[in-house]
Write a protein of this length. Structure first.
Length: 277
């Protein structure tokens, strides 16, 4: 009887010791780990180790809050992820899972919050952009200066804004880059024609070396009023970068700066024509 009771007690003790081990393992996979799948969709926004991590404010949307966390290193955005996304229903979760990785990529590429909304995910995109901007403001990263690689709608603009994603008709058939047959040559600076717009003139100068565009700048931009100057100051750096990246005048208009963009593209095309590109 005593032996049976001792055996029963030992078995009970072993079972009691085993059960908490399973519970602790489950908890450790959540605490301090990655957020649940609905809160942090997979994508290129994985935050790398090191650098400064900044959590943006929650941005409420019609389908739930969005909150963005970013990592900066040496003043540059090195990683972005959404730690909260709309998840009120299966469709909202599906939309967020598709849109957030694209928004993460766009934020890292643009190095600011001036990114396009993702088609079909307007509310999630707008919430993401607002939270991203708040994180950048907290980090003192000076977001919104227009130094990004890709034109965007900006956090204060309605989706599908002026000319977003569209290429104004420049009246030319320029290709995607310079003629491959051109040999290396000396660097030259070519000034395009003045292009008149509703708000003032735009004139572009390009630097060409070895048959390639190595630099672009607007030497004249609309300046009839403070708003025109502000729009040009935001749009022109993006247009300059886009021209060098595209190696042609086939670049998108910057949303919210349609007239400046169209004038820039016309003057740029004339400069490229003069340079034989």
């Amino acid at each position: 009887m005593i032996a049976v009771a001792g055996t029963t007690s030992a078995v009970a003790l072993l079972l009691t010791l085993k059960q908490p081990g399973t519970t602790v393992a489950g908890a450790s996979s959540q605490a301090g780990g990655a957020p649940p799948a609905a809160s942090a969709p997979a994508g290129s926004g994985a935050v790398p180790a090191g650098g400064e991590t900044v959590l943006g404010d929650e941005a409420d949307t019609q389908f739930g809050p969005v909150q963005v966390e970013l990592t900066l290193s040496d003043g540059r955005i090195t990683g972005v992820r959404a730690v909260k996304v709309p998840s009120t229903d299966a469709n909202s979760r599906k939309i967020a899972a598709d849109a957030v990785p694209k928004l993460n990529q766009a934020a890292v590429a643009a190095q600011n919050a001036e990114i396009d909304t993702v088609s079909g995910a307007t509310y999630t995109s707008e919430g993401y952009i607002r939270s991203l901007q708040s994180a950048l403001d907290k980090a003192g990263a000076g977001a919104g200066t227009g130094q990004g690689a890709a034109p965007g709608t900006g956090s204060g603009e309605a989706p599908g804004g002026n000319g977003s994603g569209e290429q104004p008709d420049t009246g030319s058939g320029s290709g995607s880059g310079p003629d491959a047959g051109q040999g290396a040559g000396a660097t030259e600076s070519v000034l395009g024609d003045v292009a008149g717009t509703q708000y003032g003139d735009v004139q572009v100068r390009v630097t060409v070396s070895g048959g390639r565009i190595t630099g672009a700048e607007a030497v004249r931009t609309p300046g009839s009023d403070a708003n025109s100057r502000k729009i040009a100051a935001d749009a022109v750096p993006k247009l300059n970068q886009a021209a060098v990246a595209a190696q042609s005048a086939e670049i998108d208009a910057v949303s919210g700066a349609t007239y400046t963009s169209e004038g820039y593209i016309r003057s740029l095309q004339s400069a490229l024509d003069k340079a034989g590109l």
